[in-house]
Ligand binder design. Structure first.
Ligand SMILES: *Cc1c(COP(=O)(O)O)cnc(C)c1O
Length: 365
């Protein structure tokens, strides 16, 4: 396989495992046992109903998800969930929803919630430039909130919560787009989890929503059908034409997680090794590489850092690109450097990057 593809540090869409890409390549010509290209199989076929059923089962197995949760495969990305959640849980309510403003993506979610109903921002890291997350002593969760919303991993800033937040008597809603299935997540403590596929578990086009049944019992019934979770529950995620290809690739990823990796504990171990390697390098670089996030809140998925000035950062990114390391430029909103270490990226790729970074430091300090 193309070595550049294996060195894809992009913030998203992210790297996928080579063994899965080879199966995808095969399936474009002909899905084994079906005799058709995955791009031309009916979403009403028995084969596709089987794909959705197996994928749902794999999600349940990976996460230990109880039966009172629905597993949905929706369109519109995480961004559509920013709206669909408050349309369902906040419209017409007087009790505010509580939101944490911890970075770029939680800010987007917050703005959409405000269109639908009352929102209380429990904590904001904006004035501090989103370099840290709140501690428990900074958060007072109200027992009468409509729900709590937060982002488990702020992809742009490289900040990750390493604990579950909130109260057990208020519905927890979490955007796990950039760390879903990268580690176990205590799914049964959340009322709703959403994650699009394109960071850790597949290509763009499908968003996984796990929703506890009772969360929807008072949901309004006058929404457009497409934006009502119950429509998709009743249709088993095949209400209209779903993204068959994207859903199939996510199925292959879940098989890879179960059969090749051996579950989410194992995946977490690999991801931890990758991140520790880079953070150790930053910390031992004598301030040549400067981590963005406070140490306790560092993300295992997105390692964001700066060099001493924009000129040397530009040179670093150019030389890295020329050496085959792709996707290292920070998000357009923050600049700097960001190495994203999603599930599909190997420890070997991170070791190669670490080697490049050591060489670059030696040549430039
Ligand atoms: C990338 C990202 C999004 C945006 O998702 P879309 O699928 O492009 O709408 C939302 N939340 C988080 C945490 C992300 O990393």
């Amino acid at each position: 396989m193309n070595p550049r593809n294996s060195l894809n540090f992009s913030g998203g869409p992210g790297a996928l495992p080579e063994s899965v890409l080879l199966q995808v390549q095969q399936s474009i010509i002909e899905v084994p046992g079906v005799g058709l290209s995955v791009l031309g199989i009916s979403h009403r076929s028995d084969w596709f109903a089987g794909v959705v059923a197996e994928l749902e089962g794999n999600m349940r197995k990976l996460l230990g998800l109880p039966q009172n949760y629905h597993v949905l495969f929706l369109q519109g990305g995480a961004t559509q969930q920013f709206s669909m959640i408050p349309m369902t849980l906040l419209r017409g309510k007087t009790a505010p929803a509580e939101y944490l403003h911890t970075g770029y993506w939680s800010g987007k979610a917050l703005a959409e919630a405000r269109r639908e109903g009352p929102v209380r921002v429990l904590w904001s890291g904006e004035s501090g430039g989103f370099r840290r997350l709140p501690g428990d002593d900074e958060l007072i969760f109200s027992p009468d909130a409509s729900y709590l919303h937060y982002v488990s991993n702020e992809t742009v800033e490289g900040l990750q919560f390493h604990r579950v937040l909130g109260r057990d008597d208020v519905p927890r809603v979490c955007d796990m787009s950039s760390d879903f299935l990268s580690q176990p997540c205590e799914a049964e403590r959340y009322s709703l989890i959403y994650a699009h596929a394109q960071k850790n578990i597949g290509p763009a086009g499908v968003t996984v929503v796990l929703v506890r049944d009772e969360l929807l019992k008072d949901a309004p019934t006058d929404q457009p059908g497409f934006l009502d979770y119950r429509t998709h529950i009743n249709a088993h995620s095949i209400y209209n034409t779903p993204p068959v290809f994207a859903i199939y690739v996510v199925l292959l990823i879940t098989r890879w997680l179960l059969d090749d990796i051996g579950g989410l504990e194992r995946m977490a171990g690999i991801n931890r090794s990758k991140a520790e390697l880079l953070y150790r390098l930053l910390d031992g670089s004598n301030d040549f590489y400067r981590g963005r996030a406070e140490v306790k809140d560092r993300s295992l998925m997105n390692v964001a850092f700066n060099l001493s000035n924009p000129e040397i950062e530009k040179r670093f990114l150019e030389e890295a690109q020329a050496a085959g390391f792709s996707g290292l430029a920070g998000h357009r909103s923050t600049g700097g450097v960001r190495a994203s270490l999603y599930n599909g990226l190997t420890l070997d790729a991170v070791e190669q990057l670490a080697g490049f970074m050591e060489d670059f430091r030696r040549g430039n300090s």
